[in-house]
Design a protein around this ligand. Structure first.
Ligand code: ADP
Ligand code: MG
Length: 226
């Protein structure tokens, strides 16, 4: 089943007369169960493309369809709801709430997605177990290592069983060993739940665990050389 379809998406960014085309006609589609790496140099448009995929940015032209819904046809509140229920995000920094325990950080995301609290708790505990973080459920972010924080961020991104997981340089702040472990955990859990994953990364060490690569340069997808 197709989770994400982008059709000839174009986006300018900037202000007033100083706008530049950042995404210049991108079409792609991603199926459930796929783990797709989005590779490209800094400034090529990776973060912008992820924001368009999630409906955080609206394209100037073209169409983005997420799990059967055309994002441009939704009002802001509908768009927020679709995002909260269908998308999970992982960023370079964990962005955990410093005043909430690891478990509560995960439960916030479940609550925003409208999960009932019993199911949310069951899912959250199950995920913390599969990420080997259940012993840290009551810890605060300042009491966790970078790799542990990022595992909590993964649980937060996955707890509501999103159709699409978007990860923006998720290993950028980690050493290579914990970076690889975190990414493998993300890919394995997402696959076992039949979610689609789109990961923007510079990290070529992740290539062997992805199902497919997309190369972006200057706002367009570069076809594979034969
Ligand atoms: N909010 C913004 N306003 C103006 N230009 C932006 C904004 N965000 C990104 N850009 C520009 O868009 C281009 C692509 O940025 P980005 O999507 O962040 O690329 P990447 O994630 O691949 O580094 C860059 O030239 C960047 O300067
Ligand atoms: Mg970026």
């Amino acid at each position: 089943m197709t989770v994400l379809v982008m059709q000839d998406v174009r986006k300018m960014r900037g202000r007033g007369t100083r706008t530049i085309p950042v995404i210049r006609g991108i079409s792609l589609s991603i199926e459930r169960g796929e783990v797709v790496l989005l590779k490209g140099p800094s400034g090529s448009g990776k973060t912008t493309l992820l924001a368009l995929a999630a409906g955080l940015l609206v394209p100037d032209q073209g169409r983005v369809c997420l799990d059967g819904q055309v994002l441009g046809e939704l009002d802001p509140e509908q768009s927020r709801q679709v995002r909260a229920r269908k998308v999970g995000f992982v960023f370079q920094r964990s962005n955990l709430f410093a005043h909430l325990s690891a478990l509560d950080n995960v439960l916030v995301s479940a609550a925003l997605a409208g999960m009932d609290s019993a199911t949310a708790m069951e899912e959250a505990i199950g995920l913390l177990k599969s990420l080997a973080m259940d012993a840290y459920a009551d810890r605060y972010p300042s009491e966790l290592s970078g790799g542990q924080e990022q595992r909590i961020a993964l649980a937060r991104a996955l707890v509501h069983r999103p159709a699409l997981v978007l990860a923006d340089e998720p290993t950028g702040n980690l050493d290579s060993v914990s970076g690889r472990a975190v990414t493998e955990a993300l890919f394995n859990i997402a696959r076992s739940r039949n979610a689609a994953v789109l990961v923007a990364t510079h990290d070529s060490r992740l290539e062997d665990i992805a199902t497919r690569d997309l190369n972006i340069a200057d706002g367009v997808i570069i076809p594979d050389s034969p």
